[in-house]
Design a protein around this ligand. Structure first.
Ligand code: OAD
Length: 245
């Protein structure tokens, strides 16, 4: 493992332009937030894939809202962990560092990361399906009152659902960062959800070294130049410490 850390540090030290990190649910697992494809991701027997879609919402908005309100409530007690803080520290150490997350939990922001794109939105916000009405932070009370006070249409959580396009500005920013990267870190993601996962081959094709941090092999492991097998709360701080030595 020490050898792999040293290889990763060598890549980071050789950086001329930009280091980009793509994070997924795994980085927040140790903050108490279940991953999507793990067993705990299921809610009342339904997978996130069934609940997080416009079809699922139109079929049963109350049920989908209950799931999101439940997640919002759980999030109130969750803090960023050592992995989130280490990425915020990396931003200070490496000029040009940028962070792209698929997570909607806002923990990177809470840990102090500034050069940050939230590709899939933020679970704390609510917006209207029909007009520009936005609540930030969104309401917490029990599901039921989820109509827009302006136009009467449904209110929904401000997250990207399956089958939906990503917010254009966020995607454009992430895409150009990935193209500019000399090093691209892939952290705590199964790398199976597109288009987010396509940033990995894009960065590789445009010359970046790929460093993966995960507790297991993933769809990105084949293109990784170095894999750091372990939890993100241990491996990212170790990487930062080794870089500072
Ligand atoms: P997944 O649940 O698919 O994958 C989580 C990854 O984290 C897995 O590869 C785990 O091995 C890894 N992991 C778990 N604990 C870890 C730890 N402590 N340290 C490091 N790695 C760990 O989550 P995502 O890849 O984020 O999209 O899923 C991508 C998208 O699919 C989500 O943003 C969401 C989801 O459906 C939308 O909601 C649009």
């Amino acid at each position: 493992m020490e050898d792999s850390i040293q290889v990763a540090v060598k890549y980071l030290r050789q950086t001329k332009h930009r280091v980009v990190a793509l994070t997924g649910a795994g980085i927040s697992a140790e903050s108490g937030i279940p991953t999507f494809r793990g067993k705990e991701g299921y809610w009342r027997g339904r997978s996130p894939m069934q609940l997080a879609s416009l079809e699922g919402f139109c079929e049963n908005p109350q049920l989908v809202w209950e799931w999101y309100l439940d997640r919002r409530k759980k999030l109130e007690g969750c803090q960023p962990n050592a992995g989130h803080f280490a990425l915020a520290a990396l931003e200070k150490l490496l000029p040009g560092f940028a962070l792209v997350t698929q997570n909607v939990d806002g923990l990177h922001h809470n840990a102090g990361s500034k050069q940050l794109v939230e590709l899939h939105g933020n679970i704390r916000r609510t917006h209207c399906l029909g007009c520009a009405y936005l609540e930030d932070p969104g309401r917490q009370e029990k599901a039921g009152n989820f109509r827009c006070p302006h136009c009467g249409d449904y209110l929904r959580p401000s997250v990207v659902w399956f089958g939906e396009s990503l917010p254009e500005r966020a995607w454009d920013q992430a895409f150009s960062w990935a193209q500019e990267a000399d090093v691209f870190l892939v952290i705590g993601t199964s790398a199976v959800v597109y288009p987010a996962a396509s940033l990995i081959p894009l960065a590789k094709e445009t010359g970046a070294k790929i460093i993966e941090i995960n507790v297991e092999e993933t769809a990105a492991s084949d293109v990784a130049d170095v894999s750091l097998l372990g939890t993100s709360s241990v491996m990212i701080p170790r990487l930062v410490m080794a870089l500072e030595e």
